[in-house]
Design a protein around this ligand. Structure first.
Ligand SMILES: [Zn+2]
Ligand SMILES: [Zn+2]
Length: 561
């Protein structure tokens, strides 16, 4: 296995140090918190008890935010006054304050190597199993592991049966085309690939740059006169724990979760060529080949005598003039968010202020109705009490407008979860299927049709009801839904939650071809959630949406009118 370089967990560098004279330096709150966090991380890497991991993380957070010196509390035997500190953690704190470290943590740091864990997870092995395997076989690189596997040595390791052996061999065989075992959600993929790209002055490429809903090909392209230095910096990034492949201008590194990231260090004169190649889908790129050498993408497309193509459209082969796609700046308001009235974490005013600060003109508060079940839903009475709070907020934030909205459940029989006289008072009604999603296609389509026929419903939320990588799409006849939406003037949502992104790009394109309006919404449950508008807009772009196709690019009177 590939510990190409000696690595100790980054956290160990922050250990409180004992000065040479034998007296311990005072341990401050951030240092204590760091040590507890490091302990949690290593227990997690060793596939230890997840409850322990969570408990240590929580205690670290408390200690980091504590107003009093925690070392003093520990010395006076009062550590358990801190939230989340029980007898186990109290004993560790005592040891840390007394000796300057936690013995078990130091031992874990010697035993668990993040690089082996990352590589093992990439091959589908648990953390402990991969460290055992590497030690038992005395292998230190992917090549050595491949040799050991080819020689049939894997099964000589205690605990490695034929099934695990087959799994490792299969993963090793696919290494030239590195893929994570499960696609990454787009927000997580951007965090990882965007972080690596920024650290190396490169460009995020692969599935992330096309804003795919579940990202498998994670790639970064750099322009590098001296590829060795870029490859070395890549290998030393905190996100990358091991390199599993390395050639002159390319490397594949893995994260501690075992997720592979590909780095291309292109000659500056061919950077554009490499970026086009690493961004488009295989079918899109193949249709453009042979690609000319060029320093940037614009020059590549120019040399091919083609207009530049937005990355979101580089799925199917395409050589035409792309439309002017919707941009984030075109969005004038968000029409779906939650507050503490249901399962949101912030108040009407906090959400309104944040939306105004984003430059929006309006925000619709769409809390849940009772049938949603798992969380609190608003009764007719609640809806009217919330109206007072929204009116008061509007006085504070004018001319910005907070709209009275609702995310009204569609009951299994197609009726809505609030009476019409309540819906009639509202500015904006979203209808949503939450429970009973396994209905057969005909019933589900009838259920949604009935809701869309309600005169107060303006938009169908997350129409397909999927959770990416967790729950399949509802059996819903979208063609029929498009017909009804068009007849009734109802819009379809492109929900921006990273695990929904619903409608997805292909369906947005179908909806727009049918002439249906879409709405880009975040379904935010906090101020931070409003940032997911970028995901919703990108998903609409994947469906070839222009600003004119999207209702909330319009001023408020055009929406309320
Ligand atoms: Zn919902
Ligand atoms: Zn919602």
């Amino acid at each position: 296995m590939p510990p190409r370089r000696e690595q100790t967990p980054a956290t160990s560098r922050r250990a409180p140090s004992a000065p040479a004279d034998g007296t311990l330096s005072p341990v401050d709150n951030p240092q204590i918190a760091d040590r507890l966090d490091a302990f949690a991380t290593l227990v997690e890497l060793a596939d230890g008890n997840p409850h322990t991991v969570r408990a240590y993380r929580r205690a670290a957070e408390t200690i980091r935010g504590a107003a009093v010196p925690v070392a003093e509390l520990v010395r006076s035997g009062r550590a358990r006054e801190l939230r989340g500190v029980g007898p186990g953690i109290e004993a560790r704190l005592g040891e840390l304050v007394e000796t300057g470290d936690i013995a078990e943590l130091a031992e874990l740091e010697r035993e668990v190597s993040p690089d082996l864990v990352g590589f093992g997870r990439y091959l589908g092995l648990g953390a402990k199993r991969s460290v055992e395997l590497a030690r038992a076989l005395d292998v230190h690189s992917a090549d050595e592991l491949r040799e050991a596997a080819a020689a049939g040595r894997l099964r000589t390791v205690p605990g490695i049966g034929p099934k695990t052996e087959a799994q490792v061999l299969e993963a090793l065989a696919h290494e030239a085309e590195p893929r994570p075992r499960h696609g990454l959600l787009l927000n997580r993929a951007w965090e990882l690939v965007g972080g690596v790209a920024a650290a190396l002055d490169g460009e995020a490429a692969g599935d992330v740059r096309r804003w795919r809903d579940s990202c498998e090909l994670l790639a970064v392209v750099c322009a590098a006169g001296d590829p060795r230095s870029v490859l070395a910096r890549f290998g030393a990034l905190p996100q990358i724990v091991a390199l599993v492949e390395e050639s002159e201008r390319r490397a594949v590194g893995v994260t501690v979760e075992g997720v592979p990231v590909e780095l291309v260090a292109a000659d500056p004169g061919r950077f554009g060529t490499a970026l086009v190649r690493a961004t488009g889908s295989p079918a899109y790129v193949a249709a453009l080949e042979p690609l000319p050498d060029a320093p940037d993408e614009e020059a590549v497309f120019r040399a091919l005598d083609l207009p530049w193509c937005p990355p979101e459209l580089r799925e199917e082969p395409f050589r035409g003039e792309p439309p002017t796609l919707l941009k984030l700046d075109d969005i004038r308001g968000d029409l779906h968010c939650h507050t503490t009235w249901s399962d949101g974490r912030m108040s009407v005013e906090e959400m309104g202020r944040a939306a105004r600060a984003r430059g929006y003109a309006y925000l619709a508060i769409c809390d849940h109705t009772p049938a949603v079940g798992a969380v609190r839903g608003l009764s007719p009475d609640d809806v009217r009490r919330q109206a007072d709070e929204i009116a008061a907020t509007n006085e504070l934030l004018a001319p910005f407008r907070v709209l009275r909205g609702i995310e009204c459940d569609i009951l299994p029989d197609g009726r809505l979860d609030l009476p019409d006289d309540v819906l009639a008072e509202l500015d904006w009604v979203q209808a949503s299927v939450h429970g009973g999603q396994r209905m057969p296609r005909i019933e589900m389509t009838k259920r949604v049709e009935a809701a869309l026929r309600n005169p107060y419903v303006r938009c169908l939320s997350h129409p397909k009801g999927r959770y990416i990588n967790r729950r399949p799409e509802n059996a819903l006849d979208l063609e029929r839904v498009f017909e009804i939406a068009l007849e009734e003037g109802v819009a379809l949502e492109v929900n921006g939650l990273p695990d929904r992104l619903d409608l997805r790009g292909e369906h947005v394109r179908d909806a727009l071809r049918a002439g249906v309006q879409i709405v880009c919404s975040t379904d935010a449950h906090s101020v931070r959630g409003l940032e997911n508008m970028a995901l919703s807009v990108a998903t609409a772009r994947r469906g070839w949406a222009t600003a004119a196709d999207v209702l909330n690019t319009r001023p408020l009177d055009a929406i309320l009118g």
